[in-house]
Design a protein around this ligand. Structure first.
Ligand code: CDP
Length: 218
């Protein structure tokens, strides 16, 4: 039986999936949830406590003793707004590594499934349509060329932190490395579910992308 409570939107970094997911959730009056934010929060906590990826017991302790929640796109760690830390360059660099760990994936899987029992959600990530909610009624796989994705992330950075000296080329290289780790890892690699609809946003505006997506809901 298909799961009507969840719309799954997967795809590589900066493909536009979160923008699409937010607009769609708003339109359908669903809640939007970024699964990546949970992985980012866990990475931030581990990194901050200097717990490396091979210290499973310590990671388990971190997962057990800290409460991570997401409310309207904002991450709270133990009730403190942690959003400003989620896209730090160190978190960007480390997140794919911590996300490859079994203990982290199982923890997030449990959490995401719990949330879906309470509310209808549009969820974006890497494995939402393949592993977390394989029965989701609607699945989209949103993609774009690496160059287009890097340019988008670069413009986001410039908008949010105008005085930084980050280079487009650095963002492109980091993004390619993260995609590689995400799509070649053993557990829940980034891949298109066989029944997912592919949306390539390389040459599309947000409006054109949404028009395409809405076609599947009419
Ligand atoms: O926004 P962006 O696409 O750059 O990344 P994100 O959705 O915030 O996800 C950050 C990282 O978390 C990804 O690069 C993956 O390593 C991991 N992730 C994952 O493994 N599985 C998911 N369902 C979502 C994110």
């Amino acid at each position: 039986m298909s799961n009507e409570q969840v719309i799954a939107i997967d795809g590589p970094a900066a493909s536009g999936k979160s923008t699409i997911a937010k607009i769609l959730a708003n339109k359908l009056s669903y809640t939007y949830l970024s699964s990546g934010l949970l992985y980012r929060a866990i990475t931030y906590m581990c990194y901050n406590h200097k717990i490396t990826k091979d210290h499973f017991e310590e990671i388990e302790k971190i997962l057990k003793t800290n409460k991570v929640t997401i409310n309207k796109g904002t991450v709270f760690i133990n009730d403190n707004d942690a959003n400003k830390f989620m896209y730090l360059p160190d978190v960007d660099k480390e997140v794919a590594g911590y996300s490859s760990l079994h203990i982290v994936r199982e923890h997030v899987k449990r959490k995401l499934r719990e949330i879906s029992k309470i509310e209808a959600i549009v969820m974006d990530g890497r494995d939402i349509g393949t592993v977390i909610f394989p029965n989701a009624k609607y699945k989209f796989f949103v993609t774009a060329s690496p160059e287009v994705r890097a340019k988008r992330r670069y413009l986001d950075f410039l908008k949010n932190t105008p005085n930084n000296d980050i280079k487009l080329e650095t963002i492109l290289q980091d993004l390619i490395i993260r995609d590689k780790i995400d799509s070649t890892r053993e557990l829940s690699p980034l891949q298109k579910a066989p029944d997912a609809i592919v949306i390539d946003t390389s040459e599309l505006t947000i409006e054109q992308t949404m028009e395409k997506i809405y076609n599947y809901f009419t």
